[in-house]
Design a protein around this ligand. Structure first.
Ligand code: PLP
Length: 244
């Protein structure tokens, strides 16, 4: 017999509750194993394709950070998120001409990878009399056709955008290549952590290395063990994405 949509929703929410508890435990374990505590790690849920009702259920469980990666989708869901209790961030590839649409809606843009984009974020932020917190996305696997600044160009980019009024660089973000082996992905995470530490040692007005955002459903534990203090988890929390 077909299940009613009410039954399906109830089932889905129950699964999210289970998953949330599981991920919380794993984050806590990894934090302790890496010499830190649960409070040192930010658990951000990647909410693409997820209905606001389901997102808000996760928020009711204690989730405090959500991230969208498409401007259009963020705008269409914006009025429905429970933003009294959660913080909305932008984690996807961002075109300069769309910055205007999200500048007053998000607390952090994780995916800045060019001077041009940084300038536009700063310009829009100033129009709203605010300073926008950003992360610089690094293409740590040096993959063609992938967003992010190449690791060897990171210093130069930070030098340029570190002087722009209207933005503040809070850290780094990366999406490493898909790897067969955990040891391989850990190499990328370790390289990111090295960059993060190196930059932390340099003084700069608008740059402060506070957030290292890396690790997704398949590898958030490894990322934390390698020094991540923010993980972005989607499908492990909400189930497989349905893009239709
Ligand atoms: C979708 C997405 C994630 C989460 O991916 P999962 O593998 O489903 O956990 C993390 N970061 C970004 C930028 C994403 O777009």
């Amino acid at each position: 017999m077909e299940r009613s949509s009410d039954e399906q929703l109830a089932e889905k929410l129950a699964a999210v509750s289970e998953n949330y508890k599981f991920i919380e435990e794993k984050i806590c374990e990894a934090a302790l194993r890496s010499g830190r505590t649960r409070e040192d790690i930010t658990f951000l849920a990647a909410t693409k394709t997820v209905e606001p009702q389901v997102i808000n259920h996760a928020i009711s469980l204690g989730l405090r950070y959500i991230g969208e990666n498409r401007v259009q989708e963020l705008l269409s869901k914006y009025e429905s998120y429970d933003l009294e209790r959660a913080d909305l961030q932008f984690i996807g590839h961002l075109q300069s001409n769309k910055v205007r649409q999200i500048i007053d809606k998000v607390s952090l843009i994780q995916s800045v990878d060019s001077v041009k984009l940084a300038n536009e974020v700063a310009r829009q932020a100033k129009l709203h009399s605010k300073t926008m917190d950003i992360l610089v996305e690094v293409n740590i696997g040096r993959e063609e056709n992938k967003s992010g600044v190449m690791p060897e160009q990171l210093d130069e980019l930070l030098g340029e955008i570190g002087t722009i009024d209207g933005i503040f660089v809070k850290g780094l973000m990366a999406i490493p290549p898909i790897c067969e082996k955990k040891s391989e992905i850990c190499g990328y995470f370790e390289n990111m952590h090295k960059l993060f530490i190196d930059i932390s040692g340099k003084k700069s007005d608008n740059v402060s290395m506070e957030i290292l955002s890396m690790g997704m459903s398949d590898d958030y534990r490894e990322a934390i063990l390698c020094g991540a203090n923010m993980v972005r988890v989607g499908s492990s929390l909400f189930g497989k994405r349905n893009y239709t």
